[in-house]
Design a protein around this ligand. Sequence first.
Ligand SMILES: N[C@@H](CCC(=O)N[C@@H](CS)C(=O)NCC(=O)O)C(=O)O
Length: 202
Amino acid sequence: MKLYYSPGACSLCPHIIASELGIELDLQKTDLATKKLADGSDFRDINPLGYVPFLVTDNGLELSEVAVIAQYLADMRPEVGLAPPAGSDERYILMRWLSIVATEFHKGISPLFNKDLPEAAREMAALQLERRLGWLDKQLAGRDYVVGASFTIADAYLFTVLRWLPLVKIDRARWKNIDRYHDALRLRPSIVAAMAREGIRR
Ligand SMILES: N[C@@H](CCC(=O)N[C@@H](CS)C(=O)NCC(=O)O)C(=O)O
């Protein structure tokens, strides 16, 4: 199974999940700026949308979207419990979190990486994101994971996105519960392994 990824990008989420499940991935490094793969070919010939993550299974199924790839992988090994069973209330709670992480946090922080973003737009995007982080901090009070009492794919996704905050000059330490949550997950063996394999330290 091939996973097209870029070090430290949102593709780290499915990479963490595969590591958690013991699924061996054929990792295909993608240069997001040039859209080139390691052999010089154009990534857009594989995924015309030009973004990672992109999964190609051994059966030829092609999937984009972090939240979908994450569920696909978790459902390969349901006994591990990274996603509650499809159709259960808990699965909808998980999907709610995946959607919040995707649309409010992942896409909330993305514009802040754009060096050409006008200052006023940057301030607006940062303010909106900080409001959402304030809400998240309350949700994480007294909790180690966002859904239920154990690690799920929503934690893999949220960790991946929260890791970017210092890169856009937002100090995670302002939110004590977020900081504690992130620091604890950073030591999780599957996360340590996936980050090391991508060559990223923090
Ligand atoms: N809708 C996609 C967005 C994925 C995405 O934003 N990927 C970023 C890296 S975190 C990327 O590849 N950006 C390069 C580009 O959009 O050209 C998803 O949810 O998976």
